[in-house]
Design a protein around this ligand. Structure first.
Ligand SMILES: Nc1nc2c([nH]c(=O)n2[C@H]2C[C@H](O)[C@@H](COP(=O)(O)OP(=O)(O)OP(=O)(O)O)O2)c(=O)[nH]1
Length: 149
């Protein structure tokens, strides 16, 4: 994504905003959390599967690609979860989308250290990457059965 500078307002010039997409894959009231295996500073911290959107690639296509690469599953992408989260001093932005598994395939940890299906009550049982905090908060009500929302 290319953005222009709002001149004179003391804003940092930001020509290339890197977009990172994540998939909140929900199944039976649980979301799939993935523990990073690298780099060492964040290894063992938890995230949503996903990654950088390639130049010219649509966000949804990037998510579908990343879920195949990281988990060997095909997903259907749904609504956004939470807000855009600015990272890396505003140089990148994290956008998370709800997703569901197609074909009943079981995700495999091809690139992650571990995978876990978390209920709403288990969301705080793992240490999420810091940028994910507002997304996890927005996700919580989506994991509750409709009767208790
Ligand atoms: N996938 C993902 N990345 C996240 C989340 N939260 C968060 O801060 N990030 C950060 C971690 C990384 O700095 C960056 C994603 O980069 P990445 O290295 O996973 O992206 P990628 O899969 O495209 O990797 P590569 O091809 O560059 O190796 O976004 C999240 O929930 N999911």
């Amino acid at each position: 994504m290319r953005t222009e500078r709002a001149n004179g307002g003391g804003q940092v010039e930001r020509r290339d905003l890197k977009v990172i997409v994540g998939a909140a894959i929900i199944r039976d009231g649980r979301v799939l959390a993935c523990a990073r295996s690298a780099p060492p500073e964040v290894a063992g911290m938890w995230e949503f599967p996903g990654g950088k959107v390639e130049p010219g690639e649509a966000e949804i296509d990037a998510l579908i690609r990343e879920c195949v690469e990281e988990l060997a599953v095909r997903v259907e992408i749904g609504d956004r979860v939470g807000r855009d989260v600015r990272m890396a001093h505003g140089r990148s932005v994290l956008k998370v989308y709800a997703a569901r598994l197609l074909d009943g395939e079981e995700p495999e940890a091809l690139e992650h250290e571990a995978l876990r299906w978390l209920t709403a009550d288990e969301l705080d049982s793992v240490t999420w990457l810091p940028a994910d905090a507002p997304i996890v908060a927005a996700l919580r009500p989506l994991l509750r059965p409709p009767s208790s929302r």
